[in-house]
Design a protein around this ligand. Structure first.
Ligand SMILES: C[S@@+](CC[C@H](N)C(=O)[O-])C[C@H]1O[C@@H](n2cnc3c(N)ncnc32)[C@H](O)[C@@H]1O
Ligand code: SF4
Length: 451
């Protein structure tokens, strides 16, 4: 057995992805609607505070069988129009109760999904124009980004997005190979992705991201090499190379995958390593766990100036005191609280229409949570973090002894550092800061595996 396979046997087990701390399954102190509004008001009380907005558009015309996102499958476009009305009502509710939203600078808006470009150009305008008018936006610093499914993306939509000030577009590519695409129920041509990429650039959007996934069914190394070659030929500014998260107990469509078709363990990781090597050779910088960016891109710059941040949207260079999530299932974050909206569309809509917050659940962070959240985020963004005192140093050494012996992490001069060899196991090393998980082990079917 080679060394990497031995490491996989030891460490390739379910671990959180750490887009939050505490992680969602460990949320316990749910805020009431009043608590949540108080937390927003307090977090935006300082003149120096700033905020970001996430808007979730859940609709997709068809279901990709690998998908782990919160979606609602429909071809009925009028649902998008009705939904925009509810989003605007939710925004009005917040504006009435958190006045500082309109005062403090809004640094970033991200439209995610589902498929945000399920919405028509008219709906985009109806949604974005009033929000942008209400908010305090410095156009020179503002980032407006959107996830698009290239199969459903028209030139007209791109023109509207550019007109509205969108300057970052993230294209769901996943894999260029037709056989893999058929197995994931997502057939889309290279030409379509090329068109969306080139048109976005022509319209002046400075940053194009591709989402790729490794570990998809029948994604052999030979086929994947071609996908990477085609990716590089379009030179996206950023690339997210996600490990396929296999969670069939949450997403039943993944049960369609045959075990023998799925690259696993060392074979799966080899796909990432191959892509990584090609991207680095092309001048990309590796960022955090699964991202790459050209040195000119703000994400790469934020690594060198240590301002890279991580939240529910993934890696971002716009850190702010508040992330407000609008829309069904959206997650929000303040300096001391997490909050998630109702996940069922009708329940979300009912609460919003009554003028309430659409609170489903959340977590009020205690002082320990706030302390460890900082550690987790530092480690996941900078791959190293300070050890604050001798007692902590002893704990880190004893908890990570096995990983230290395997040369995956180093503890030196008051710092915990991930080594190059330890890169695939960053989530395992991060466990050391996860006090809640250390106190209570998760159910085996909570998180996807680390590789
Ligand atoms: C909301 S989708 C992107 C927008 C649009 N719906 C699309 O598919 O093009 C966000 C991204 O999540 C990633 N994703 C979805 N399910 C995943 C899974 N099970 N494992 C890993 N990544 C996944 C995909 O790369 C996808 O592009
Ligand atoms: S991957 Fe995108 S288009 Fe496919 S089902 Fe998921 S959210 Fe919808």
């Amino acid at each position: 057995m080679d060394e990497f396979t031995k490491l996989l046997n030891k460490y390739d087990h379910p671990v959180p992805r750490y887009t939050s701390y505490p992680t969602v399954p460990y949320w316990s102190e749910s805020p009431s609607s009043e608590d949540w509004l108080n937390s927003l008001n307090n977090s935006l009380a300082n003149d120096s505070s700033a905020w970001s907005m996430y808007v979730h558009i859940p609709f997709c015309e068809t279901l990709c069988s690998f998908c782990g996102c919160n979606t609602s499958i429909t071809k009925n476009k009028s649902r998008g129009e009705d939904y925009v009305n509810v989003l605007l009502k939710e925004w009005d509710n917040y504006k009435a109760k958190v006045q500082n939203f309109t005062k403090r600078p809004l640094k970033q808006i991200h439209l995610g999904g589902g498929t945000p470009n399920f919405l028509s150009s008219e709906s985009f305008k109806k949604l974005m124009l009033p929000i942008m008018k209400d908010c305090n936006i410095d156009k020179n610093e503002f980032e407006a980004s959107i996830e698009v499914d290239p199969r459903r993306c028209s030139t007209e939509q791109l023109e509207t997005l550019a007109e509205l000030g969108f300057n970052r577009i993230s294209i769901g590519v996943q894999d260029f190979n037709i056989e893999v695409q058929k197995l994931i129920n997502r057939v889309q041509s290279y030409e379509k992705v090329k068109m969306v990429t080139e048109k976005s650039r022509e319209l002046g959007m400075p940053s194009v991201n591709f989402d790729l996934i490794y570990g998809l069914p029948k994604q052999t190394m030979e086929l994947f090499k071609k996908t990477i070659e085609q990716t590089i030929s379009l030179k996206p500014d950023r690339i997210a190379l996600y490990s396929l998260a296999i969670v069939p107990w949450i997403k039943p469509s993944q049960k369609l995958f045959k075990d023998e078709d799925l690259p696993m363990g060392a074979d799966k990781r080899a796909l990432y390593e191959y892509a990584r090597k090609q991207f680095l050779a092309e001048g990309y910088i590796e960022i955090g766990m699964d991202h790459f960016a050209l040195p000119t891109d703000s994400l790469a710059i934020s690594v060198s100036d240590k301002t890279l941040h991580r939240n529910f949207m993934g890696y971002t260079c716009k850190k702010s005191e508040v992330l407000l999530g609008l829309g069904v299932s959206s997650i929000s974050e303040t300096t001391d609280c997490f909050h998630q909206n109702e996940k069922v569309l009708t329940l979300y809509q009912e609460k919003v229409e009554k003028g309430d917050t659409a609170t489903l659940r959340g977590h009020k962070l205690n002082s320990d949570d706030i302390y460890y959240r900082k550690k987790v985020m530092e480690f996941m963004t900078q791959l190293e973090v300070d050890i604050d005192d001798d007692k902590q140093g002893e704990d880190v050494k004893s908890f990570l002894q096995e990983m230290i012996n395997d040369k995956l992490v180093e503890v030196t001069a008051g710092k915990l550092k991930l080594t190059e060899k330890g890169h695939p196991f960053i989530r395992n090393a991060c466990l050391v800061w996860d006090q809640r998980l250390r106190l209570k082990k998760p159910d085996a079917k909570t998180f996807s595996k680390s590789i």
